[in-house]
Design a protein around this ligand. Structure first.
Ligand SMILES: [Zn+2]
Ligand SMILES: [Zn+2]
Length: 344
């Protein structure tokens, strides 16, 4: 069961205009139909919170050996903002039953959604997304104007993700929700690929920043798709693309499709998320891999899990009738039994 605070609707400029015209507001992918456009105060400070599990410290002593290499990465990738790993013995039986990741959900990379006073703020022309996502939705299909996600900016959250200490396939699969369903290695929320009908998340792509993320209206910054800046910062291969239209040059970075072996984070069922599967996804020793299942994953040996593990791959979307190069993180359901997410 997933605990989360009430997630309000992120109002995008073009949707706001539309909703005013129609005097009704569509739902967003973030799960409600409120038309409020004001940012909330965001989450409580995780840096000073006294009710966290890890207590602003890392303790990997009781992390299962198979997971240690992977979970240690959470402790080093985001050197600017708090991300901690520990374990919890919530039933006091003497052995931990949860692997815990706590994060203040603030990216260490640049974003147009950082407040102007933050050194990580960087301007971004949202029109770039017209070209970055051109193959997902053509200009003729997309009727909005690329713009920021309303007045929302990145705000500190205090997120505790508890993953089962020994993840396994669920006998009955449960759905992901329209909120944090996992955390990337830099401590940022993973959201799913869904938009509530009749909205299409392929419209919301156009509010993404230069790192392919955006905040909802409580300041919870999140990735729905392959986080290209994180891929770059983890040493993955990205390519810079640019196009010039009517004298204006638009540039962006893209995953080049060879990062299927790059660990990006975990979902709350305790299974890891790897980069997108390109044309040539093989194991480290070059052997072929099983096909991707309906949960966007499969099982094989990875760099971090030498004995093999089930893992998700951010995938190519096929939404809106186009053959897309955008990479979603998962399908609608978890493969394993999800632990819990608490956002203070
Ligand atoms: Zn979103
Ligand atoms: Zn794989």
């Amino acid at each position: 069961m997933i605990k989360k605070k009430q997630i309000k609707h992120t109002t995008y400029t073009f949707l706001l205009i539309l909703s005013l015209l129609l005097t009704s507001c569509k739902s967003s992918e973030d799960g409600s139909s409120s038309s409020s456009s004001s940012s909330s105060s965001g989450g409580a400070s995780c840096t000073t919170a006294t009710d966290t599990i890890c207590g602003q410290q890392n303790d990997l002593t009781n992390i299962p050996a198979a997971y240690k290499t992977a979970l240690t990465k959470y402790t080093t990738v985001n050197s600017t903002y708090l991300v901690n790993v520990c374990t919890q013995d919530s039933n006091n039986d003497g052995s931990p039953n949860y692997m815990v990741v706590e994060s203040s959900n603030r990216p260490e990379h640049k974003s147009v959604y950082w407040q102007a006073t933050n050194a990580l703020h960087e301007a971004f022309d949202f029109a770039t997304n017209l070209y970055k996502y051109a193959t997902t939705k053509t200009a003729s299909e997309y009727t909005g104007t690329p713009a920021s996600a309303g007045p929302n900016m990145i705000l500190e959250q205090c997120i505790t993700m508890k993953m089962p200490i020994s993840p396994g396939e669920a006998s009955s699969k449960s759905a992901t929700e329209f909120s944090t369903m996992g955390l990337s290695l830099n401590g940022i929320s993973f959201f799913n690929e869904n938009a509530k009908p009749p909205d299409q998340i392929t419209d919301e792509l156009f509010t993404f920043d230069q790192c392919s993320g955006h905040p909802q209206n409580e300041g919870n910054y999140h990735y729905h798709v392959d986080p290209v800046c994180l891929v770059r910062d983890l040493g993955g291969d990205v390519v810079t693309k640019s196009t010039t239209v009517e004298g204006t040059t638009y540039s962006w970075i893209e995953d080049n499709g060879t990062n299927g072996g790059l660990l990006l984070g975990f979902l709350l069922d305790g299974f890891p998320v790897y980069g997108p599967v390109g044309d040539n996804h093989t194991t480290d020793n070059g052997s072929s891999t099983p096909s991707i299942d309906s949960y966007n994953g499969h099982t094989h040996v990875t760099t971090e899990f030498e004995s093999g593990i089930y893992h998700y791959h951010v995938k190519s979307a096929n939404i809106g009738g186009t053959s897309s190069t955008v990479f979603w993180i998962t399908n609608e359901k978890f493969y394993g039994n999800p632990g819990t997410i608490v956002i203070r």
